[in-house]
Ligand binder design. Structure first.
Ligand SMILES: [Zn+2]
Ligand SMILES: [Zn+2]
Length: 275
């Protein structure tokens, strides 16, 4: 039986004889079903028309993305740690070349994913590399392909390896998670931020939203919480969700400045818009 994949969000569902009736992730206010309607593909069909490409963002961090792009078009990050490689976020396509390359790099000791939009084909990846998937329990309801490889964690932080810490910030999703890599950014610290701290075209700022495609803002307390959760962690570099979304320096100040701007916008009197 095929494990169908939603064409809009890239999420793979449990194997079924027929296409699932709907995609709960797209059929929700943070995503969307396109005007052409819900559409499905399979891993086999995807592999016929797409392949994966690899980019080293910095020593120890390789981006893996699909070309031509598919669904939300995020790329995963292969992070080298003292204990072995961790895959941060995930993508729908895992082809034979990607399996061979990742195995050649030492395989995976674990997969961690920022939020449900990037759960994608996580079970295919977990099985190929015999690796557990670390998801925050706050987003348990959004798993469309349950599997014994999925390990739900609770609370504010989870250490995956020395200097590699998952931090639950919430915001975009209740279990919205970022990864702090203490040795990243050439030792200055790096944040792997998914959609939770969104790297935007103006690299002097980041942003925070409940929905990016549908432009639904977060509340001020949610954004303040993100600031509180990140406060203890030094970082200079921020690696966002796409190949071109990296902030190369002053990441900590960028986040602090962006939180202040956001809070001023949602609490302000409108005078900022008159400029
Ligand atoms: Zn979907
Ligand atoms: Zn998202």
């Amino acid at each position: 039986m095929p494990a169908f994949i939603c064409v809009t969000c890239g999420t793979q569902f449990s194997p079924s004889e027929t296409e699932p009736p709907r995609c709960p992730i797209c059929d929700e206010e943070r995503q969307f079903v396109p005007p052409s309607g819900q559409a499905w593909t399979t891993h086999e069909a995807l592999a016929r028309r797409h392949s994966n490409t690899f980019t080293q963002h910095e020593p120890g961090l390789i981006g893996i993305g699909t070309v031509p792009t598919f669904a939300i078009a995020q790329r995963a990050l292969l992070l080298k740690t003292e204990k072995g490689n961790v895959l941060w976020d995930c993508i729908s396509l895992l082809d034979d070349a990607t399996v061979a390359i990742v195995k050649g790099l030492g395989g995976l000791i674990g997969i961690a994913i920022s939020h449900p939009h990037y759960y994608s084909s996580m079970v295919e990846w977990a099985r190929a590399f015999d690796a557990p998937i670390h998801l925050h329990a706050g987003d348990r309801q959004w798993v469309m392909r349950p599997d014994p490889a999925i390990k739900f964690w609770e609370g504010d932080t989870l250490t995956l390896a020395p200097g590699v810490t998952l931090i639950c910030c919430g915001g975009h999703f209740a279990g919205g998670t970022v990864l702090h890599w203490a040795q990243g950014g050439q030792g200055r610290g790096a944040l792997l931020s998914g959609d939770i701290v969104q790297v935007i075209p103006d690299k002097k700022f980041v942003s925070f939203m409940r929905s990016y495609p549908n432009l639904i803002p977060l509340s001020a307390p949610s954004v303040e919480r993100i600031g509180r959760m990140l406060a203890p962690y030094p970082f200079d570099v921020i690696h966002g969700a796409w190949f071109d979304r990296t902030i190369a320096r002053d990441g900590k100040q960028v986040v602090e400045r962006s939180i202040a701007r956001y809070l001023k916008a949602v609490r302000g009197d409108g005078s900022a818009e008159l400029i």
